[in-house]
Design a protein around this ligand. Structure first.
Ligand code: FES
Length: 170
């Protein structure tokens, strides 16, 4: 049975998920297609299934894709969204581009600092939620915009910040 975010990491189940992504890529691109190395889809699928990508899965991924473990490790560490520990920090990506600034993203930054001790670009004090700046999420008309995981948030205000922080720290 497929894992769910928060379940303990199972390398056998992870391999089944990875093989499904390989098969999917081959069906789409063909055996020799240039895009048939689905490292990112595999990593996303594992993180979705388990909530993180256990380093124990890296040799298996490298073997399946015929690439080095260093390459797998490099991609995981390059993308901040990939986590390698259970319960690791989530990141709220707050848009600080012009349209969202005009709609109050700086006010949100001040509020998060004063009310929740969350500072833009710094590690989360409790290890649960960090906040980083991004520049345009394509949701300019509904600023201040933010992204938490896959969820796009519009018209972010103080009450919604409180909810997000409470959920993350639960
Ligand atoms: S400026 Fe914030 S979403 Fe575009």
């Amino acid at each position: 049975m497929a894992g769910r975010a928060g379940e303990s990491f199972d390398v056998q189940e992870a391999e089944r998920i990875a093989l499904a992504e390989v098969a999917h890529a081959r069906a789409f691109y063909g055996e020799d297609g240039a895009g048939a190395t689905p490292l990112l889809p595999i990593l996303h699928a594992l993180q979705e299934a388990f909530g993180y990508i256990d380093p124990a899965a890296q040799p298996m991924i490298a073997r399946l894709l015929n690439i080095s473990q260093a390459e797998v490790r490099g991609v995981i560490s390059f993308y901040h969204d990939f986590r390698t520990e259970p319960g690791a920090c989530a990141t709220l990506k707050l848009c600080m581009a012009e349209a969202c600034q005009a709609r109050g993203s700086s006010r949100i930054v001040d509020y998060m600092k004063a009310r929740h001790d969350l500072r833009l670009g710094e590690d989360a004090p409790d290890g649960k939620l960090a906040v980083e700046a991004v520049y345009c999420l394509g949701n300019c008309a509904l600023g201040p915009a933010a992204l938490l995981g896959d969820a796009l948030i519009g018209a972010l205000d103080e009450a919604r910040v409180d909810e997000l922080v409470t959920e993350a720290r639960r």
